[in-house]
Design a protein around this ligand. Sequence first.
Ligand code: 13P
Ligand code: SF4
Length: 350
Amino acid sequence: MLDQTTLRAKLDQKYDLAPSPELAEEMSEIYARMSRVVTPADWAIYAPYVKAINTLKKERNAVILGHNYMTPQIYHGISDFVGDSLQLAIKATEVEADVIVQCGVHFMAETSKILSPQKTVLMPDMDAGCSLAESITAKGIEEMRAKYPGAPVVSYVNTTAEVKAASDICCTSSNAAQIVAAQESHTVIMTPDQYLAQNVANEVPQKNVVWWEGSCIVHEQFTAQDLREFREWNPATRMIAHPECPPDVVAEADFSGSTSGIINYVTQEKPEKALLITECSMASNISDEVPEVEFVGPCNMCPYMKKITLENVLYSLDTMTGQVEVDAAVAEKARLSVQRMIDLSRKLGL
Ligand code: 13P
Ligand code: SF4
């Protein structure tokens, strides 16, 4: 992948991308959705990119699917649909477009390609990985099956296509407990996130949940001790954790949910102060929507999600580089696991 400076130089030859206060003003309606977290000077830099991307999107009949962890300029500026992993996977099956640009990480783009093989799926930076997806291979699934014969394998969507293909069904953080509870078997194998599995085990005590030892480098950093100390000093702050956090962290929190679950909780409850125990962009993306909520405390950046920039989105869409391909036989099997999850989620009314 080209570095940002080379990308900019290449793009400058074709597009007028000089910072423009005039364009920024013209596009003030978009800016209003991020004005509390993006300075006017930065918006003048972003506006020419946002305009170029939105124009090119129409020419290419493309849609941009933006994960909730994208920066505000991507989330509000260029995304046609935003959401958590489950919502984006479902959206990929519904959109009528020739091209999907996945503003998220590689496993999300692969999921879109698996579900829509006829569409071109672009990944603006192929190095946007995920520590969970990297923690397990199809061989790891085989090992788990050998250890727990007959137990179904529920794999988080944060996995490669090969791992999905080797699994029985997928899950996301918004449906994991219900998917596990719906399995006939008493023992259920969950991969690759040990913490999501342990959180599910607490929610579904009737099942014997066993897990792979993977973890998310963003969420594993939060500790229950940090939360306890924070609560002592800030008793009025509502603490909201993603279920990729260790179970003792989730136990200290007031609410735990998927990225969209967290957004819904904050926008509905509107607590005076909120600590989002997850990726930093989450608070930024809803700051303007809920100005009455003060976001406090530490958050962690996902270095993979932050690889997606306005520059590489424009470059990818302009040159149509970064096309995601999945081997047809692998995709067919992986599709079964993802589709089973979508069908079961719908059946359960999730
Ligand atoms: P969500 O499905 O909750 O959006 O989570 C995806 C993810 O990678 C969180 O780290
Ligand atoms: Fe993967 Fe964690 Fe980044 Fe989500 S936040 S993409 S789970 S590394």
